[in-house]
Design a protein around this ligand. Structure first.
Ligand SMILES: NC(=O)C1=CN([C@@H]2O[C@H](COP(=O)(O)OP(=O)(O)OC[C@H]3O[C@@H](n4cnc5c(N)ncnc54)[C@H](OP(=O)(O)O)[C@@H]3O)[C@@H](O)[C@H]2O)C=CC1
Ligand SMILES: O=C([O-])CC(=O)C(=O)O
Length: 257
């Protein structure tokens, strides 16, 4: 299976290292802006060059802007696109654009990313959901260079602070590097407006903590994930690239669990 990767940051590098170890997978091309100085042999300068390698699957791990710049073209070329920056779909115009492109081309595959329990949430949606609420808790370092800095003093807090309570659309759009899981929950469950979100900074946290509770006539699902972060990015859970690896293996598999 030939795979092309958009993004060569913390997730991209980790993912490529994992996939390089699997003989069935070939990384055909990597596209990143700006071009990384290392691994020059697989790096291409633009999306056309990436698609010219005729990949079976394109994986996006480059952020909201990259998905909005590249997503439609990848899908229209007929290739499936696996995305981790799912929060970009909180922009209704982009969601519509990608849904339309997927109708005529490749499929849009949304990774669970750092979150566990998305499969259970999708199952519960079939049974009928009344409410879905999510709490995301990260250490102060994960919230630097985000709007959280205007809501709470990250340098002086001594205990956990909930700095934002809002719907999933607001959270995903305001925190493009921290609230993609919220968009995945919204898309699997009750949608962007009906998913309640709380964002928390916790100086005692030594990783990322994602919890959601979904209720309906079926009963209740309560899911909590605590993940270490990637050494290259304190915002990003180690589970995020592994969710891409798992989805790719599933995509290529003959027996799907
Ligand atoms: N669903 C989930 O659970 C999660 C989703 N994410 C999403 O994944 C994204 C990547 O995460 P992570 O790897 O940790 O972040 P990094 O910032 O480490 O890596 C992103 C990489 O993409 C590059 N890039 C930026 N813009 C473009 C573009 N337009 N086209 C191609 N490449 C581009 C960046 O280059 P440069 O550094 O020069 O800007 C950087 O190398 C996050 O921004 C977030 O949206 C992250 C964590 C979890
Ligand atoms: O990596 C994580 O823990 C989740 C994350 O940043 C996101 O959802 O954008």
């Amino acid at each position: 299976m030939k795979i092309a990767v958009i993004g060569y940051g913390a997730i991209g590098r980790f993912l490529i290292e994992q996939l390089d170890a699997v003989p069935d997978f070939e990384i055909a091309a990597v596209y990143s802006v700006p071009a990384p100085p290392d691994r020059a042999e697989r790096v291409v300068d633009d999306l056309d060059a990436l698609l010219a390698t005729r990949p079976d699957l394109v994986v996006e791990c480059a952020g909201h802007r990259a998905l909005s710049e590249c997503g439609e073209a990848v899908l229209r070329s007929g290739v499936d696109l696996l995305v981790v920056s799912v929060g970009a779909l909180a922009d209704p115009a982009l969601e519509q654009q990608l849904r339309t492109a997927a109708r005529h081309g490749g499929r849009l595959l949304i990774a669970a990313g750092a979150l566990s329990g998305l499969d259970a949430l999708s199952t519960a949606r079939e049974a009928g959901l009344d409410s879905v609420s999510y709490v995301g808790k990260k250490a102060p370092a994960a919230w630097t260079n985000t709007p959280a800095e205007d809501m709470v003093d990250l340098t002086s807090i001594t205990s956990a602070v909930t700095f934002l309570e809002c719907d999933a659309r607001t959270a995903a759009l305001r925190f493009p590097q921290n609230a993609n899981v919220v968009a995945a929950i919204a898309l699997a469950g009750l949608g962007f407006e009906r998913t309640q979100v709380s964002l928390v900074v916790d100086p005692a946290s030594n990783g990322n903590n994602h919890s959601f509770v979904a209720r309906g006539a079926f009963g209740e699902i309560a899911m909590t994930t605590r993940s270490a972060t990637l050494p290259a990015n304190p915002k990003t859970s180690m589970l995020a690239p592994y969710s891409l690896v798992q989805t790719i293996k599933k995509h290529a598999g003959l027996i799907i669990v």
